[in-house]
Ligand binder design. Structure first.
Ligand code: FE
Length: 211
């Protein structure tokens, strides 16, 4: 079996928001699909290690913000590369958000929003598939929804290790990791200009550490 065949599947980028008690928390997923159109149901895939999964199990509800090509990479850095266990992801003005239907949504040029209530969950080896009924929708910007391919090729973002599309990086002699968001820079970072910033979280060169 050649796993590369599966790399041709298409994915998007979605901010999932839910509540840990009264505290908003969330994560980034790349797999959300509509299953039925009447009384719409959706399915999403999430790593079982995600703190957001634990919160959704308790609240039974979550919001989906469909990120666009104009969404700040900081949203992905903050929600996708930190854990809600030790980070208040929605604090500190890293990105704009608001409450919709009692759940946190990301107001950073997102293309659309919806809230959903959990119908069923099925745990697989590493991930859980969540089936949910759409409760409410809200329109967003007209910007093109971000695909995973765009994120990977234009923003040059990597999948966090717990994403279903994570690929182990090719072995190179020189590798630098952003201390803020985990972005991996392959090659000699010293050859970059002094004003180089992390393409994901926009932090300067000095936050990178050689791995
Ligand atoms: Fe970064």
């Amino acid at each position: 079996m050649d796993p590369a065949a599966l790399w041709k599947l298409s994915y998007g980028l979605y901010a999932i928001g839910t509540l840990d008690g009264r505290r908003p928390t969330g994560c980034i997923v790349n797999t959300v699909v509509q299953i039925t159109s009447e009384a719409p149901t959706i399915a999403l895939s999430m790593n079982k290690e995600n703190f957001t999964y634990e919160a959704i199990k308790k609240t039974g509800r979550f919001a989906v913000s469909i990120l666009s090509e104009q969404t700040s990479p900081n949203v992905i850095a903050r929600l996708g590369f930190c854990s809600g266990r030790d980070t208040d992801k929605f604090s500190g003005n890293i990105f704009q958000w608001e409450e919709f239907d009692g759940l946190p949504i990301v107001r950073e040029n997102a293309a659309a929003y919806f809230t959903a209530s959990v119908l069923a969950m099925h745990a697989m080896e590493t991930h859980v598939v969540i089936l949910a009924r759409v409760e409410n929708t809200k329109s967003g910007t007209d910007y093109t929804p971000m695909t995973y391919k765009y994120y990977h090729e234009v923003i040059k973002g990597n999948a966090p290790k717990n994403a279903p599309t994570y690929r182990a990086p090719a072995t190179t002699t020189d590798k630098w990791v952003c201390g803020v968001c985990g972005y991996i820079y392959d090659g000699d970072l010293s050859k970059e200009k002094d004003d180089f910033v992390c393409p994901i979280c926009q932090q300067p060169k000095n936050v990178f550490k050689r791995s």
